[in-house]
Design a protein around this ligand. Structure first.
Ligand SMILES: [Fe+2]
Ligand SMILES: [Fe+2]
Length: 158
Protein backbone atom coordinates (compact mmCIF):
# COMPACT_ATOMS: atom_id res chain seq x y z
CA UNK A 1 0.00 0.00 0.00
CA UNK A 2 1.47 3.40 -0.90
CA UNK A 3 1.54 6.28 1.57
CA UNK A 4 -1.42 8.10 0.07
CA UNK A 5 -3.64 5.01 0.14
CA UNK A 6 -2.73 4.27 3.74
CA UNK A 7 -3.58 7.82 4.84
CA UNK A 8 -6.85 7.67 2.89
CA UNK A 9 -7.76 4.28 4.34
CA UNK A 10 -7.27 5.43 7.92
CA UNK A 11 -9.13 8.71 7.38
CA UNK A 12 -11.90 7.31 5.16
CA UNK A 13 -14.71 7.32 7.71
CA UNK A 14 -13.75 10.64 9.24
CA UNK A 15 -13.62 12.38 5.88
CA UNK A 16 -17.06 11.06 4.93
CA UNK A 17 -18.64 12.88 7.88
CA UNK A 18 -20.65 15.93 6.83
CA UNK A 19 -19.29 18.07 9.69
CA UNK A 20 -15.73 17.28 8.70
CA UNK A 21 -16.66 18.23 5.12
CA UNK A 22 -17.98 21.50 6.55
CA UNK A 23 -14.35 22.51 7.23
CA UNK A 24 -14.14 23.12 3.47
CA UNK A 25 -16.31 26.21 4.02
CA UNK A 26 -13.89 27.90 6.40
CA UNK A 27 -10.64 29.63 5.52
CA UNK A 28 -7.58 28.77 7.59
CA UNK A 29 -4.76 30.82 6.06
CA UNK A 30 -5.02 32.96 2.92
CA UNK A 31 -7.02 30.92 0.45
CA UNK A 32 -6.48 27.54 2.12
CA UNK A 33 -9.57 25.97 3.68
CA UNK A 34 -9.45 24.45 7.15
CA UNK A 35 -10.15 21.06 5.56
CA UNK A 36 -7.19 21.39 3.19
CA UNK A 37 -5.00 22.62 6.06
CA UNK A 38 -5.91 19.58 8.18
CA UNK A 39 -5.27 17.26 5.26
CA UNK A 40 -1.82 18.79 4.81
CA UNK A 41 -1.03 18.43 8.50
CA UNK A 42 -2.14 14.78 8.33
CA UNK A 43 0.06 14.10 5.30
CA UNK A 44 3.09 15.78 6.89
CA UNK A 45 2.53 14.00 10.22
CA UNK A 46 2.50 10.70 8.35
CA UNK A 47 5.77 11.59 6.58
CA UNK A 48 7.51 12.77 9.76
CA UNK A 49 6.58 9.53 11.50
CA UNK A 50 7.71 7.43 8.57
CA UNK A 51 10.99 9.15 7.75
CA UNK A 52 12.13 9.65 11.33
CA UNK A 53 11.09 6.06 12.20
CA UNK A 54 9.13 7.26 15.19
CA UNK A 55 6.80 4.25 15.26
CA UNK A 56 3.76 6.30 16.21
CA UNK A 57 0.29 4.83 16.36
CA UNK A 58 -0.84 5.82 12.85
CA UNK A 59 -4.57 5.73 13.58
CA UNK A 60 -4.36 8.19 16.48
CA UNK A 61 -1.78 10.28 14.68
CA UNK A 62 -3.81 10.75 11.51
CA UNK A 63 -7.15 11.18 13.24
CA UNK A 64 -5.67 13.76 15.61
CA UNK A 65 -4.05 15.57 12.69
CA UNK A 66 -7.20 15.60 10.54
CA UNK A 67 -9.33 16.85 13.42
CA UNK A 68 -6.85 19.21 15.11
CA UNK A 69 -8.67 22.32 13.79
CA UNK A 70 -12.19 20.85 13.82
CA UNK A 71 -13.65 23.95 15.51
CA UNK A 72 -16.18 24.73 12.76
CA UNK A 73 -16.34 28.51 12.50
CA UNK A 74 -14.60 31.23 10.52
CA UNK A 75 -12.01 32.72 12.87
CA UNK A 76 -11.57 35.74 10.60
CA UNK A 77 -15.08 36.99 11.42
CA UNK A 78 -14.61 39.30 14.35
CA UNK A 79 -18.31 40.09 14.85
CA UNK A 80 -18.42 37.30 17.36
CA UNK A 81 -16.27 38.52 20.26
CA UNK A 82 -15.09 35.11 21.33
CA UNK A 83 -13.15 34.70 18.12
CA UNK A 84 -10.60 37.23 19.40
CA UNK A 85 -9.53 34.36 21.59
CA UNK A 86 -9.39 31.90 18.72
CA UNK A 87 -5.71 31.01 19.22
CA UNK A 88 -6.33 30.06 22.83
CA UNK A 89 -9.69 28.35 22.67
CA UNK A 90 -10.02 26.58 19.33
CA UNK A 91 -8.03 23.48 20.28
CA UNK A 92 -10.45 22.70 23.11
CA UNK A 93 -13.46 23.36 20.87
CA UNK A 94 -12.01 21.08 18.17
CA UNK A 95 -11.39 18.36 20.74
CA UNK A 96 -14.93 18.63 22.07
CA UNK A 97 -16.37 18.42 18.54
CA UNK A 98 -14.17 15.42 17.74
CA UNK A 99 -15.42 13.65 20.85
CA UNK A 100 -19.05 14.56 20.33
CA UNK A 101 -19.39 14.03 16.59
CA UNK A 102 -16.78 11.39 15.82
CA UNK A 103 -16.33 9.63 19.16
CA UNK A 104 -12.63 10.47 19.24
CA UNK A 105 -10.93 8.62 22.09
CA UNK A 106 -8.88 10.22 24.87
CA UNK A 107 -5.60 9.88 23.00
CA UNK A 108 -6.94 11.68 19.92
CA UNK A 109 -8.55 14.35 22.12
CA UNK A 110 -5.19 14.98 23.80
CA UNK A 111 -3.44 15.32 20.43
CA UNK A 112 -5.97 17.96 19.40
CA UNK A 113 -5.90 19.82 22.74
CA UNK A 114 -2.13 20.22 22.78
CA UNK A 115 -1.53 21.19 19.14
CA UNK A 116 -1.33 24.91 20.00
CA UNK A 117 1.55 24.50 22.44
CA UNK A 118 3.50 26.69 23.28
CA UNK A 119 0.81 29.37 22.80
CA UNK A 120 -1.31 27.37 25.23
CA UNK A 121 1.60 27.00 27.60
CA UNK A 122 0.06 24.49 29.99
CA UNK A 123 -1.16 22.13 27.26
CA UNK A 124 2.15 20.40 26.64
CA UNK A 125 1.95 17.51 24.14
CA UNK A 126 2.00 14.27 26.11
CA UNK A 127 2.48 11.63 23.46
CA UNK A 128 4.73 11.02 20.49
CA UNK A 129 1.70 11.46 18.25
CA UNK A 130 0.80 14.80 19.88
CA UNK A 131 4.35 16.10 19.36
CA UNK A 132 4.32 15.14 15.70
CA UNK A 133 0.99 16.90 15.05
CA UNK A 134 2.12 19.98 17.00
CA UNK A 135 5.29 20.28 14.87
CA UNK A 136 3.56 19.43 11.57
CA UNK A 137 0.93 22.12 12.23
CA UNK A 138 3.61 24.76 12.81
CA UNK A 139 5.40 23.85 9.56
CA UNK A 140 2.23 23.82 7.45
CA UNK A 141 0.87 27.03 9.02
CA UNK A 142 4.14 28.84 8.35
CA UNK A 143 4.20 27.62 4.76
CA UNK A 144 0.58 28.68 4.19
CA UNK A 145 1.08 32.09 5.78
CA UNK A 146 4.29 32.85 3.87
CA UNK A 147 2.84 31.48 0.63
CA UNK A 148 -0.03 33.90 0.92
CA UNK A 149 2.28 36.88 1.57
CA UNK A 150 4.19 35.98 -1.55
CA UNK A 151 0.96 36.09 -3.57
CA UNK A 152 0.05 39.49 -2.12
CA UNK A 153 3.38 41.11 -3.02
CA UNK A 154 4.33 39.60 -6.39
CA UNK A 155 6.56 42.56 -7.26
CA UNK A 156 8.93 41.73 -4.47
CA UNK A 157 9.38 38.15 -5.54
CA UNK A 158 11.47 36.90 -8.40
FE1 LIG B 1 -5.02 25.14 15.28
FE1 LIG C 1 -3.72 23.96 12.37
Amino acid sequence: MNDHSEVEKILHNIKKDSRVQEMKNYIQHGSVSTYEHCQRVADLSYKINKHLHLKADKESLLKGAMLHDFYLYDWHHKDNGEHDWHGYIHADIASKNAKEYLHADKKVQEIIKSHMWPLNLTKVPKSKEAWIVCVADKCISLKETLGERKKKSPGKEK
